[in-house]
Design a protein around this ligand. Structure first.
Ligand SMILES: NC(=O)c1ccc[n+]([C@@H]2O[C@H](COP(=O)([O-])OP(=O)(O)OC[C@H]3O[C@@H](n4cnc5c(N)ncnc54)[C@H](O)[C@@H]3O)[C@@H](O)[C@H]2O)c1
Length: 458
């Protein structure tokens, strides 16, 4: 059928019906009895609501009569006598397609509301929202999240953000009027808030965490609560409601130290509480994976580049900022390897994972970065120095950071065809330009540093 609405037979299980709708381009299905008679329309959100309200996934859809029963007949269309109340009701329920049933009540045709107007001169009050998938981005106000939110909106996703705004509200303020975006200010650790924000979503991206070794060190309890316990609760709730697509932000820091090129199978060697919290959660979430819940673990390299929530505690960003402020770059150690990745590129990987066939990316771990962007820290300093016109480099041989690893990104490039678009040199120039222009006025402000920040100030 050329129309995007899926059909499910009334004896189909709830979990299979969710899967059918998930694979179709639209967010609902027409339910028919075994003889093909139209019974009504269910949305994927209706089906998920059944699960969280106690229904078992194996129960047939027919055990719960559909709430939406609008239908058309040939006579009704010819007579052009659609009830006005029905038309406005459809708008409220987000209906875009209606079945036209024959004398036996079977679906003979499907018309869109636009066609009703074009073909029959019937004017629906308005057309509901498009079939854009709704993604819950937890931590969407952060360094990566505020870039990702913009990218997803530009790709036609509807986005709901849950964030406690530890680092302020500025990053999302310019998006306040965007109709595709919904912002919930709340804490992932609060179960009722978390469950409420999951309603009606088709996919989850979990970014919220206490991020970075130094930040976790100063806030160990919050790290355990957010990075482990709350992450686990969110994944459980998503699995229960069969939100099958779940992207979890992990880090290449899980490898800690390693001399070979490390792929996803390499042993993990955490050297911080932060990395340990990420490994613990990876294990928990992957352990929940299966046919109806297919998480994707994304182990990212260290990110760089401008973001609406800027961080100056990431190596490329720090060196670029110091070049401008102090006129020199300080390198600690320098021989240690680190995979790097532009923040826009990282967001691109998330968007592709949300768009990809779930069979390809679900129940998988990916290193996220590119082989060409494994650098020694001293090389990074050299690139930034050159890009900014020859900034002097000062070496301090004490190395405070124990991490030293090179990572293979072959699996990601083979599966998603990902190639990075950003470079360190361009990012360094862009950061300095925004400091010079005053877009970022005072890079010493505490909100730019995860480990300094105390959530009571802004
Ligand atoms: N930035 C990197 O270099 C990098 C590298 C690898 C992995 N990661 C991972 O990517 C994710 C995003 O990192 P980022 O750099 O954007 O960090 P960030 O600190 O800028 O963003 C984290 C966001 O989560 C929110 N948050 C924290 N605790 C919360 C809670 N309990 N409830 C609701 N919201 C909460 C914060 O307010 C913030 O907006 C993290 O999971 C991080 O571990 C980041």
């Amino acid at each position: 059928m050329k129309y995007p609405v899926a059909r499910v037979e009334s004896r189909t299980s709830i979990q299979e019906a969710i899967r059918t709708v998930e694979r179709s381009p639209f967010d609902r299905a027409f339910v028919v009895d075994p003889a093909g008679v139209y019974l009504g329309c269910v949305t994927i959100a209706d089906l998920r609501r059944l699960l969280i309200s106690g229904a078992r996934g194996e129960e047939p859809v027919e055990a719960y009569p559909p709430r939406h029963v609008h239908k058309l007949t040939a006579e009704l269309l010819e007579g052009r006598e659609l009830d006005e109340r029905m038309m406005s009701g459809m708008e409220l329920e987000g209906v875009r397609y209606l079945p036209v049933v024959d004398a036996e009540g079977k679906i003979a045709d499907v018309v869109s509301l636009e066609e009703l107007e074009r073909r029959y001169g019937l004017r629906p009050a308005a057309v509901g929202d498009g079939p854009g998938r709704r993604v819950l981005v937890v931590g969407g106000a952060g360094y990566l999240g505020s870039v990702l939110a913009r990218k997803l909106l530009s790709r036609g996703f509807r986005v709901r953000i849950l964030d406690s705004f530890i680092y302020g509200h500025r990053s999302l303020q310019p998006l306040a009027e965007d109709r595709g975006l919904e912002i919930v200010e709340g804490d992932l650790r609060h179960i009722p808030t978390m469950v409420a924000t999951l309603a009606d979503v088709d996919a989850v991206v979990l970014l919220a965490a206490i991020v970075g070794d130094p930040a976790s060190k100063v806030r160990p309890i919050e790290t355990f609560e957010t990075n482990v316990l709350a992450a686990q609760a969110l994944a459980s709730a998503a699995r229960l409601q069969q939100v099958g697509r779940f992207l979890y932000a992990s880090t290449c820091s899980v490898y800690g130290v390693g001399s070979a090129l490390l792929d996803e199978e390499a042993p993990l060697n955490p050297v911080s509480l932060y990395a340990r919290s990420k490994i613990e959660t990876e294990k928990i979430i992957l352990g929940m994976g299966g046919e109806y819940f297919s998480p994707t673990i994304l182990r990212m390299g260290t990110l760089y580049g401008l973001s609406p929530r800027m961080r100056f505690d990431l190596v490329v960003n720090t060196m670029s900022m110091k070049s401008f402020v102090d006129g020199r770059i300080q390198v600690f150690g320098g021989g240690q390897w680190r995979p790097l990745l532009g923040v826009e590129d990282a967001a691109e990987v998330y968007a592709r994972c949300l768009e990809a066939d779930l069979g390809k990316v679900g129940n998988q771990v990916f290193n996220v970065g590119s082989d060409a962007q494994n650098y020694r820290i001293e090389e990074v300093a050299g690139i930034i120095s050159t890009a900014l016109g020859g900034i002097p480099i000062h070496r301090d041989h004490s190395n405070l950071d124990a991490r030293d690893y090179r990572v293979s990104f072959a699996k990601l490039s083979e599966t998603l065809g990902f190639r990075p678009g950003q470079t360190i040199a361009d990012a360094a120039r862009a950061i300095v330009a925004s400091l010079r222009s005053g877009d970022i006025r005072n890079p010493a402000q505490r909100i730019y540093y995860n480990h300094f920040f105390d959530s009571t100030e802004e």
